[in-house]
Design a binder for this molecule. Structure first.
Ligand SMILES: Cc1cc2nc3c(=O)[nH]c(=O)nc-3n(C[C@H](O)[C@H](O)[C@H](O)COP(=O)(O)OP(=O)(O)OC[C@H]3O[C@@H](n4cnc5c(N)ncnc54)[C@H](O)[C@@H]3O)c2cc1C
Length: 424
């Protein structure tokens, strides 16, 4: 589409999946868009994630009982959740906000907000795959929640009831049906809940696709460039400065810097509570004759398994709240791998070398809802961040909302609960 006459110059900070999809919808509407990315473009959270598109994940992380469970997990070095104890005011304050959100009333408020953005984003993925020659392995095969114990199965069957009530199809499966659906590697579990409306894709291919598409359409990329400060004037951000000495004027500014967003927000006096939740993944070839077909979550272990493309499979998991660092703790990787034969006894797998392990930082808000919206403090600043374990899933929805906000259009869904300054 031709450039809009007098279209504002939109600068997006952050070249992860949220920044890329924001650029995609803005460019479609004729905006002149630049993306500034601190790294060479392959280090954020948007590459090695599990690639799941999950309307099934309509319950936020902060639920009643989560803190007690988290404390128990902290004493096991291979467990799926860990908070590194440290005397850090941001962490303490985030923890208090998480605790405050972990009640049924808040969860009931968050559920429709998560459902709506998830379904919106999934529809946009379907359109995107159709329009842009699906060469990133978008597949609609659903998601299996595998329950090792009868107790977890009972709990998950209750979640399935809620899902069906709010319009997300969930089927409670017995073991026989499950074995028919996954014939080459039969799971050893008490039962499963199947979400047929979930989908998956190969994130590395999707990111590449978006970058190529955007570059072709004239979006400017500035890699290895970190935004370090801002110049403001009359309640607007006039320009931003980068670590290589450049000053860039901007009409509209989008902060889409994932786990790094609070650092930039702080400079602008905006309180954006967020903790980085580190996770790991490893991508292997599917073993011959033992191919898994349907993405699954090993519920008690919180491990995600996603077949990707023709012949690959990705195993991911853990949530370590330990600040901004991407160091790899092989104990946690062992925890992920050890869980696989517990659920799939015949699956051949061993702990990969550290060089085959990827780590990424999920940008986690305390209430489990993303931050999407224009700020009150600066009229031309939009924040799009805090998507935690669902950033890939929600990215097209977020990108489209960002475009609608920039263009002052009525947003496709209600965004009032995603307000970036809700903790100010
Ligand atoms: C193990 C694991 C599995 C996951 N599985 C799934 C899944 O199955 N489905 C799902 O939906 N989500 C999943 N996620 C979560 C998902 O990956 C994230 O929510 C998502 O990638 C966040 O995208 P983002 O664009 O906000 O952040 P990022 O991808 O981290 O991008 C932010 C970018 O901003 C850049 N940046 C930061 N500061 C600056 C600055 N000052 N100047 C310039 N650039 C800057 C960074 O370098 C980075 O590239 C998973 C995460 C992990 C760790």
């Amino acid at each position: 589409m031709a450039s809009k006459i007098n279209a504002p110059q939109v600068v997006i900070i952050g070249g992860g999946i949220i920044g890329l999809y924001s650029a995609y919808y803005l460019q479609q509407k004729g905006h002149k868009v630049s993306i500034i990315e601190r790294t060479g473009g392959a280090d954020g959270c948007s590459f090695g994630n599990a690639g799941m598109i999950v309307p099934s994940h309509f319950i936020p992380l902060a639920v009643p009982g989560m803190i007690e469970k988290g404390i128990r997990w902290m004493f096991n070095s291979e467990s799926p959740f860990y908070v590194k104890p440290r005397l850090n005011w941001d962490l303490i304050s985030w923890g208090l906000k998480f605790q405050k959100a972990a009640n049924q009333k808040q969860v009931d408020k968050a559920i429709p907000a998560l459902r709506d953005i998830s379904l919106f984003a999934k529809k946009l993925y379907q359109d995107f795959a159709k329009e842009e020659n699906n060469d990133f392995s978008f597949e609609e095969k659903g998601l299996m929640m595998l329950c090792k114990t009868a107790h977890t199965f009972e709990e998950e069957a209750e979640v399935a009831q809620t899902a069906n009530k709010i319009g997300i199809e969930a089927r409670v499966l017995d073991v026989k049906t499950l074995h028919e659906m996954e014939p080459e590697v039969k799971p050893d579990v008490a039962g499963a809940v199947y979400y047929p409306g979930d989908a998956h894709l190969y994130p590395n291919l999707l990111v590449k696709k978006l970058k190529d598409l955007l570059a072709q359409k004239g979006v400017t990329f500035m890699y290895n460039t970190e935004v370090t400060s801002f110049e403001t004037e009359n309640g607007k951000i006039k320009s931003l400065k980068t670590d290589n000495g450049a000053t860039l004027a901007t009409d509209e500014l989008i902060i889409a810097t994932g786990s790094w967003s609070p650092l930039l927000a702080k400079q602008l006096n905006i309180n954006l509570p967020m903790q980085a939740g580190k996770g790991y993944s490893t991508t292997l070839d599917q073993p011959k004759g033992k191919k898994l077909n349907i993405p699954s979550i090993l519920l008690e272990a919180r491990v995600a398994i996603t077949p990707m493309g023709e012949n690959q499979i990705r195993f991911g998991g853990t949530m370590e709240i330990g600040g901004i660092n991407q160091d790899i703790n092989m104990n946690r990787v062992r925890g992920i791998i050890k869980a696989v034969p517990e659920f799939f006894p015949d699956y051949p797998i061993s702990v990969p070398p550290q060089s085959k392990v990827w780590s990424g930082l999920r940008p986690c808000s305390p209430d489990g809802l993303p931050y999407i919206g224009r700020t009150n403090k600066y009229k031309n600043l939009i924040i799009a961040s805090g998507h935690a374990m669902m950033g890939l899933s929600l990215a097209p929805g977020t990108g489209k909302l960002v475009q609608e906000i920039v263009d002052n259009e009525k947003t496709s869904i209600d965004i009032s609960l995603y307000k970036p300054e809700r903790y100010d």
